[in-house]
Design a protein around this ligand. Structure first.
Ligand code: BDP
Length: 328
């Protein structure tokens, strides 16, 4: 064998070995997260990545992109559906316009409290929401807690629906939330999460709505100091995976992914409870004025047209809505 032939053979052999290595080692997944370092979801997603690697002996890996660096939430949901990213932590709010079954959780005041939401997700209604998401290319692996969302603004405390009249309020992209603000007499302004701070600061909007941890982590409390405990939305979040990637996994690997997700969610829920208290303490110490709304019935009554429109547009979801309402 001459020298040149030997080189060609050696190169071909090396390429073959490299090729085999690549196919044995699955491609690194990409994970989308909107939250900043230290936020419960961020810590829990990093834990998921760590557990995945550990449990699979390094065969399954995911690189997490935090702080929304891979784009806004509606864009990321689309990316996950088409396989541009493999893993995401999504709030069911922005998922609602894509997955009708997931949209029922965005009906204001549908849950009595956070524990009621968990009971619903653990029951039949949860299965229907899961199946709905899977049909649209998104497989939910575990649920994260996002507490209850409340109104905050730069003008005055909100005690009754009359206090919302004429107020410009940022909402997540979902017609249900725009309908909710309009039903209270306010002007809804759908907007990406990343734009809210500046919009509050410059008066493009007067207010927004979120849970204690997001109100604090985004610094919104610095520019909108009235926080009113309306608890009008209790929206779960999902740690999810692209359906094709999921279907391509062996049953053993599916088990590993699921276990890592559930452990990650258990950690997230624990950290969430701690962060709710810490965030509230922090913003109150910084001068936030906070009021409770012991009687929310006027807000609830104002939501009648929102429910009516939703059921008119989605008559097939009536039973699901009733199942949730009737879950003790
Ligand atoms: C936070 C959610 C996040 C949303 C954000 C928002 O965790 O997914 O993007 O609210 O209001 O509570 O956009």
């Amino acid at each position: 064998m001459n020298y040149l032939k030997r080189i060609i053979l050696a190169t071909a052999a090396a390429a073959l070995v490299a090729g085999l290595c690549v196919s044995a080692q699955a491609k690194e997944w990409r994970g989308w997260n909107i939250h900043v370092a230290g936020y419960p979801n961020t810590v829990a997603m990093d834990k998921f990545a760590e557990l995945l690697k550990e449990k699979s002996g390094g065969r399954l890996t995911v690189k997490m992109y935090h702080s929304g660096t891979l784009g806004s939430q509606p864009d990321a949901i689309e990316q996950l559906r088409i396989g541009g990213i493999e893993i995401g932590n999504f709030n069911l709010g922005p998922l609602g316009p894509i997955v009708p079954e997931a949209n029922v959780v965005s009906l204001p005041f549908i849950f009595k409290d956070v524990d009621h939401m968990w009971r619903v997700l653990d029951g039949k209604a949860g299965d229907i929401i899961n199946e709905g998401m899977t049909k649209y290319g998104i497989v939910p692996l575990a649920w994260y807690d996002a507490g209850a969302r409340c109104f905050y603004n730069s003008k005055h405390p909100i005690n009754t629906p009359a206090d919302v009249v004429g107020m410009k309020v940022r909402v997540m992209n979902n017609d249900l939330y725009s309908g909710m603000i309009a039903a209270l007499g306010g002007n809804p302004s759908p907007m990406a999460f990343a734009e809210v701070y500046q919009s509050l600061k410059t008066g493009v909007v007067d207010g927004a709505e979120n849970n204690w941890p997001s109100y604090e982590s985004t610094g919104h409390y610095e520019v909108a100091k009235y926080y009113s405990l309306s608890q009008h939305l209790i929206i779960p979040e999902t740690l999810c995976i692209n359906a094709k990637v999921w279907a391509g996994l062996s049953p053993e690997d599916q088990k590993i992914v699921k276990e890592a997700a559930v452990e990650s969610a258990m950690l997230q829920r624990k950290l969430w409870k701690e962060r709710e208290v810490a965030s509230k303490d922090k913003v109150l110490a910084a001068g936030v004025e906070y009021n409770e709304i012991p009687d929310k019935s006027a807000f609830q009554a104002a939501m009648k047209p929102v429910y009516e429109k939703f059921l008119k547009d989605n008559p097939n979801l009536k039973t699901l809505v009733e199942t949730i309402q009737n879950t003790p």
